[in-house]
Design a protein around this ligand. Sequence first.
Ligand SMILES: *Cc1c(COP(=O)(O)O)cnc(C)c1O
Length: 401
Amino acid sequence: MHTFPDAKTVARALKPDEPVILNRPHAAKRAAEFFVGKFPGKVLYAVKANPAPDLIEVLWDAGVTHYDTASIAEVRLVRGVLPDATLCFMHPIKTPSAIREAYFKHGVKTFSLDSIEELEKIVEACRNPETGEPAQDLRLCVRIRVSSEYSELSLASKFGCDLLEAPELLQQARQHCDWLGICFHVGSQAMTPFAFVQALDRTRAAIAEASVVIDMIDVGGGFPSIYPGMEPPPLEDYFAIIHQHFYALPIAYNAELWCEPGRALCAEYSSMIVKVEKRRGSELYINDGAYGALYDAAHVAWRFPANALEDDLRDGLEDFAFYGPTCDDADYMAGPFPLPADIQAGDYIEIGMLGAYGAAMKTGFNGFGDAECVIVTDEPMLSLFNGTRVREDSDNVVSLR
Ligand SMILES: *Cc1c(COP(=O)(O)O)cnc(C)c1O
């Protein structure tokens, strides 16, 4: 991969007709070091946010040793890149063959589940094929359902057992493993640490009802990044409040605390250069969109930062919407994206904060989707980790006891 100082240099040097993904390994390294250094427990990277092998290597070098994988393809991918990493299979619905391959071939011991059926599936799939003996080293993790009300993207409806089912499932799971955890996901881009408070309160209720020994609490992902109009409180506040409520749980004295950030570790890793193909009033037709790295901009009206890369444009900004390259009306991004008022066909734009659920979403639909990748060394367009964000007084600030 070629290295350039910044997006402007790339646009000038390559004059690209296709989108170009700009990767910033230094930004991913900084985010990983922040989490590994400051989160009061173990940090797993949720691979689905961006499975790029180069990124996974950067995270490993920065101290991330555990990986949350959700499919057998992700298990194989991470195992191929990192032979020594600890892989956890955290999708609550898996096929028996995926469980078997993960356990016997890739050394996966940790599996999540949210039903008795899944528990039985895991136990069966991991039996010794010759002796029929059940596995002795399973580490099971019961996913409970929690509210997504404080998050921008819900993960509340699909997975997780409810509080009525949890005690029975915890008791059953306990009989098949020496190490039992509880996990949940508060939804992605949780804009206040209280998202984790309500989830840990539910966890407490489930443990009290089940009366089983719990060896691990996994607070999942949901840690925010920063986007226009979405400036979260400092991540230290999330860590402090999680730590405080974790300590108050009725769990084993040596119980572990885990988290599984996806977005927060890799949002700053990538941006993208797109080309304006045509202008129609305040709408710009660009060469990436709903089926590309701008999936969230189209489907959930996510606002990403955008900068024009030409020097000759006037200062005055105007709000623009984008159309992507495919032939359907759904390939539309409302924004608004403030850009110079005289931007026109042929100009280039850098769109930032696409490292999480951006670069990873690109498809080849309608023949579009090619993109070159290069490395750039400048700062991401926005950052939670560059030292410019100072702790402000807010309702969300908590202090450790
Ligand atoms: C998607 C996902 C994550 C990562 O979520 P972010 O909001 O990106 O931090 C973590 N854990 C599980 C089980 C997930 O499905």
